[in-house]
Ligand binder design. Sequence first.
Ligand code: ATP
Length: 356
Amino acid sequence: MHRYARNCAMAEVELLNISKKWGEFVGVADFNLTIADREFLVLLGPSGCGKTTTMRMIAGLEEASGGDILIDGKRVNDLDPKDRDVAMVFQSYALYPNMNVYENIRFPLKVRRIPKEEHDARVRRASAMVELDEFLNRRPAELSGGQRQRVALARAIVREPNVFLMDEPLSNLDAKLRVSTRAQIKNLSHELKVTTIYVTHDQIEAMTLADRVVVMNKGVVQQVGTPTEIYDRPTNAFVASFIGSPAMNLIEGTLQGGTFTAPNVEISGLTGPDGPATLGFRAEDARAETAGQVQAPIYSLELLGDATMVTVKSGGALVSVKAHKDFRAEIGADFAASVPSDMCHLFHSTTGERLN
Ligand code: ATP
């Protein structure tokens, strides 16, 4: 395939203890990570957790309060954004309304004084990658939202940067377009093989796109791992509650001699210290049965098409179990589910840290 003709520099990005403070307020705390050459890394977390700030420090749009940023082994803290060889795609893509698609995509080449004779081939290669070849003569106003976002992508691709930074590039698209553009970004990243750092608060985007995910909360990195590692073995209750749809069931109770007890719940065969604990399991890891470790009246029943989601209560917590798609019962009827002990996660009841 057309492996794109970048100058093939290694683009490992190293973040050494970087932080961002505004007065007393810590936006990002001691962030340490090496992003491998050609890796697709996703920064994931709720609004205000410091994702964008981290990205802006890498781009050079925000000065780090402490720490070093290395690209390809070179400290870039003091370099201007334009000298860092990174290209950014934002959620609000500003296209030039008076230029057609071709000129919009070509613009970064002019700014960077790339020799004119290279322009046409590069614009055509970039626009073909995002399937815009038929729209080169149109103006932004004559394009759909998804097509405009693809122009913004092509404008980043055309620069052939060593690092891509993408900040919620799909958030302005409607749900259906988000899914198809997400697939396109995944495919592009496979073809381009360029180090990419991608910011999102959408855990499905993170899981589908990432080689590795960094989960952040309140400026602090919670966990770094492959999507599978983060899904199967969340390091704390925050990560457990943030990844997966529906969120992992989290139940407050007591662990005594390997048995966890809470209202309507009793599960044995667990390992962990005696005392208060938070038990977690995923809806799809439990099974509807005639009797089981979870027994309670049905609180709600949702038909999802491929499954039926049954929800009961344990104390104040809602507990969901994914049942067979044909499962039917009345709200208020008795329900039971089995939860294999090896599918159970235990967390500290106050710190949220993983116990098993
Ligand atoms: P979102 O998904 O909402 O964009 P985010 O995770 O990208 O959130 P950041 O934009 O990185 O969050 O902001 C991190 C924290 O730093 C927030 O609490 C924000 O209010 C704060 N912050 C950002 N910029 C400034 C600033 N210039 N001065 C003071 N605080 C700021």
